[in-house]
Design a protein around this ligand. Structure first.
Ligand code: URA
Length: 201
């Protein structure tokens, strides 16, 4: 299946009650061949209105951060843990995250990103449970064959003093993390039994 075919299925999803309150589904945006995939929490009001991820205030900051490392949206893929906006921008419920799980898993399977950047605590929890974003942000981790890089969510940096500096610092290390993965310095070894390895970058 192509990413476009998958996203067309996602657009018709009625697996949870968010399908009744959404305006638009927000499957994701960017290149199906991206090396880097960014995963946020879920659509906000603007995203719900237009069906495009990260186009509100947090999205503007994300664009600035991408520019810092010479990336454009078309170079990467941006998706969310849940594809439909929770009413009033409340936090996603566990059953909503579960209902959306296969969609995001299939997107990752098709794109096969070398690096997944997890934006914020909901996204981190989905892939790296039992971590704390205040401690684990900026630390690449491997689970099985996949490298994840948790960082603060841009929205959190907009509303909480002091986080922007950490977010920029972590963001600027993304090219280096990717380079390490490409050069196989981060050894992704099928035989390795250890599931969790903190990568010493
Ligand atoms: N916040 C997110 O997590 N995702 C979006 O698409 C927009 C804001």
């Amino acid at each position: 299946m192509t990413l476009e075919e998958l996203n067309n299925q996602i657009l018709k999803c009625e697996k949870c009650s968010l399908s009744k309150t959404r305006t638009n589904v927000v499957p994701g945006e960017g290149s199906s061949k991206a090396d880097i995939m960014f995963i946020g929490e879920g659509p906000g009001q603007k995203e719900d209105e237009q069906g495009v991820p990260f186009i509100g205030a947090a999205g503007k900051l994300l664009d600035k951060l991408l520019a810092l490392i010479n990336l454009k949206r078309e170079d990467i893929y941006i998706a969310n843990v849940i594809k439909c906006r929770p009413p009033g921008n409340r936090d996603p419920l566990p059953e909503e995250v579960e209902a959306c799980r296969p969609w995001l898993d299939q997107q990752i399977e098709i794109i096969k990103p070398k690096l997944i950047v997890l934006l914020g605590r909901y996204s981190m929890d989905r892939f790296l449970p039992n971590q704390k974003i205040s401690i684990d942000h900026g630390k690449p981790k491997r689970r099985n064959m996949q490298v994840y890089y948790p960082i603060y969510h841009p929205a959190a940096a907009l509303y909480r003093n002091g986080l922007l500096e950490d977010l920029e610092k972590d963001f600027k290390r993304i090219p280096r993390v990717l380079e390490m993965i490409k050069k196989d310095k981060i050894v992704i070894n099928k035989e390795e039994k250890v599931e969790q390895a903190e990568l010493g970058i």
